[in-house]
Design a protein around this ligand. Structure first.
Ligand code: PEP
Ligand code: MN
Length: 338
């Protein structure tokens, strides 16, 4: 951290700042220029986040050098994190991991049929929501525990690991019993009690970027999970709110290379919630692979016309197989396998 003092800051003020720094165990270095004095703070200055330094007389601005997220940063861990899912697939390694399945679990038959279809197409993981975060309280809210049971039997039948969302800290214990990966949805990215709760469990967490969250916000939320003791966090770019209306959200493709530079955590892309229409899923998937993502999360429904949620953005099993086949040469070009 660098502290820039106001022009004309007095020696008394400098001594006061120095005293405050040494009180919290930080060393410093004062550099007096012809017009300005600058104080370089040595050590882990995150300790100062609890002290409003800007309010100290004589200080003009404080420039942080270390990132506010520590455990999630590349500075802290230069090598990429890889996350093994049920000894079946690794996220963050050489495989472009494909997660496919419906938005919601609707019935035992529907999820089984979806599971068989995505497995046949080559997907590695089955998705399906049992607890659904819906904008309207009148819309289908998910089957809850019954949905988890249907997911478990579809997983047993096909051998696919399951990812499903948890919305409430009180339901984490229940969802952990069924899920191979726990999803934190976009709307809950900053639900810090929920993040701490999943941070205390022993399952990998897929953390979706909030609707209006910056990349820093996303990494700070990941930091909550990591600092609660769970090192297995997968980040997910799923589009953000912009002034563009033709798509449901705007896929922030630059988030992929930026996150890869800032963090060691795997980053996957959800083109379905980004585009909001099945037509955009294939081009957005290809762009994401080309940008270097570690995987894709795609909504697939046996009969999108009859889906309880997100039918318009769901691929039919045939469209999903075609997409995976189209992705194969691109994945190879990116030095990955599918
Ligand atoms: C979902 O994956 O079905 C979902 C609700 O996604 P998001 O949280 O990204 O809106
Ligand atoms: Mn959905």
């Amino acid at each position: 951290m660098i502290i820039v003092l106001k022009p004309g800051a007095t020696q008394e003020q400098i001594d006061h700042i120095a005293e405050r720094l040494s009180k919290v165990g930080l060393k410093h270095h004062v550099s007096k220029g012809s017009e300005r004095t600058i104080i370089g703070v040595i050590g882990d200055d995150r300790i100062l986040s609890a002290y409003p330094l800007e309010a100290v007389p004589g200080i003009e601005k404080v420039l942080p050098i270390l990132k506010p997220y520590k455990l999630a940063s590349r500075d802290f861990k230069p090598e990429k994190t890889t996350i093994n899912i049920d000894n079946k697939v690794t996220i963050g390694g050489d495989t472009l991991v494909i997660i496919g399945g419906p938005c919601s679990v609707e019935s035992e038959e529907q999820i089984l049929s979806a599971a068989k279809a995505v497995k046949e197409a080559g997907a590695h993981i089955l998705r399906g929501g049992a607890f659904k975060p819906r904008t309207s309280p009148y819309d289908f809210q998910g089957l809850g525990k019954e949905g988890l049971k249907y997911l478990a039997s579809a997983s047993q039948e096909t051998g696919l690991p399951i990812i499903t969302e948890v919305m409430d800290p009180r339901e984490v214990d229940l969802v952990v019993q069924y899920a191979s990966i726990i999803q934190i949805g976009a709307r809950n990215m900053q639900n810090y009690s929920l993040l701490k709760e999943v941070g205390a469990c022993k399952k990998p967490i897929l953390l979706k970027r909030g609707l209006s969250a910056t990349i820093k916000d996303l990494l700070m939320s990941a930091e909550y999970i990591l600092s609660s003791g769970n090192p297995e966090v997968i980040l997910c770019e799923r589009g953000i709110r912009t002034f563009v209306e033709v798509t449901r959200n705007t896929l922030d493709i630059s988030a992929v290379p930026v996150i890869k530079e800032l963090s060691h955590l795997p980053i996957i892309v959800d083109p379905s919630h980004a585009g909001g229409n099945w037509k955009w899923v294939a081009p957005l998937s290809k762009a994401s692979v080309a940008a270097g993502c570690d995987g894709l999360l795609i909504e697939v429904h046996p009969n999108p016309e009859e889906a309880y949620s997100d039918g318009e953005q769901s691929l039919t099993p045939t469209k999903f197989i075609n997409l995976i086949n189209e992705l194969k040469p691109l994945v190879k070009l990116m030095g990955k396998i599918i």
